[in-house]
Write a protein that binds this ligand. Structure first.
Ligand code: NAD
Ligand code: UDP
Length: 311
């Protein structure tokens, strides 16, 4: 297959590209580098199965030749990124998704939308099952991201129902691994950067809020299986190992050998921090036969090794 990955120079997009290339496919990475990094794909220089197109997908997308699948992963993803780029975030979720769908329709390609657990907002149902419609404040600070992704899901289903486009929606829960930006403000690079500098880890609020962290190769495996399955409803992909931020900080300190402990801080970034988040991943198990396999201690070890090199 020849696969277009929008956001292909980002954290997740670049790992997806690696996977599809390793399976013998051709990859076109399209990215405007707003939050991505060309270094994430520089190891493919000279590989004739790999192309990079510098383009903002919120503008009309032109790609010559056949395309068999469009994986739409372009979007700022970290809270500080989408606060810095609120309009670009709304545009790439709306116009970017529309352009990517239009291209898939013209090329008769399969389509995968990178959606997010954030579509559940600050959830009132726990764990979050795909049939739960969420609790999102459209005009809250996170609304630019959450509502862009909710609109994107609506548009994907409209293309599927109206045009019969062969679509998929993956609702991604917190994912970590090498190639995250050290300064992207998300908890994993923050904590690891602090641990490697021997500083206390900054736990926001009372640290009782929870997240589930999956290693990036587990996510990529889920997306790979989803593309090869005939299933059009959204699928949660995430681990069910739910940790408070205090527990997660302790885990990072333990694996990195940092003895500086933790400090509590007010989250000055953004209001409306979801207090709980855990996927019900029954659907992923049933439809894809997928379960995460990388233990947190291993995933953290690999990620810490990466950040040690870039620090
Ligand atoms: P990232 O910021 O590393 O990657 C996003 C990429 O998209 C970047 O390379 C950026 O430059 C590119 N991009 C943004 N707007 C663009 C535009 N208009 N045109 C072209 N390229 C554009 O973030 P990530 O963590 O790799 O996230 C990738 C996708 O996965 C996003 O759609 C995100 O919403 C989704 N997601 C990620 C997570 C996670 O935990 N990493 C969780 C849920 C959903
Ligand atoms: N967080 C934290 N310390 C940090 C950065 C984040 O305690 O230095 C917390 C944040 O308040 C949130 C969780 O970590 O509850 C996950 O935040 P992140 O930005 O990684 O992603 P989110 O899941 O909120 O999109």
């Amino acid at each position: 297959m020849r696969i277009l990955i929008t956001g292909g120079a980002g954290f997740v997009g670049s790992h997806l590209g690696d996977r599809f290339l390793s399976e013998g496919h051709r990859v076109v990475a399209m990215d405007n580098l707003i939050t991505g990094n060309i270094n994430n794909i520089s190891h493919h220089a000279g590989n004739t199965n790999f192309e990079f197109i510098h383009h903002d997908v919120s503008n009309y997308i032109y790609v010559p030749g056949e395309i068999d699948a469009v994986l739409h992963f372009a979007s700022p993803a970290s809270p500080i990124d989408y606060l810095k780029y609120p309009i670009q975030t709304l545009k790439v979720g709306a116009m970017g998704t529309h352009n990517a769908l239009g291209l898939a329709l013209a090329k008769k390609a399969k389509f995968v939308l990178a959606s997010t657990s954030e579509i559940y907002g600050d959830p009132l149902v726990h764990p979050q099952v795909e049939t739960y419609a969420g609790n999102v404040d459209p005009i809250g600070p996170r609304g630019v991201y959450d509502e862009a992704k909710r609109y994107a899901e609506a548009l994907v289903m409209a293309y599927h129902r109206t045009h019969g486009l062969d679509t998929r929606i993956v609702r991604i829960f917190n994912t970590y691994g090498p190639r995250m930006r050290l300064d992207d403000g998300r908890v994993v690079p923050n904590f690891i950067g602090q641990a490697l500098r021997g500083e206390p880890l900054t736990v926001y609020g009372d640290g009782k809020q929870t997240r589930c962290f999956q290693y990036v190769t587990d996510l990529v495996e889920g997306i790979y299986r989803l593309l090869n399955t005939d299933f059009h409803e959204p699928v949660n992909i995430g681990t069910t190992q739910e940790l408070t931020m205090v527990e997660f900080a302790d885990a990072v300190n333990e694996v990195s050998g940092n003895t500086a402990g933790i400090i509590y801080k007010e989250d000055l970034r953004i209001k409306g921090d979801p207090q709980t988040r855990r996927p019900d991943n029954t659907r992923a198990k049933q439809v894809l036969g997928w379960e995460p396999v990388v233990p947190l201690s291993d995933g953290l070890k690999f990620t810490i090794e990466y950040f040690r090199k870039v620090l």
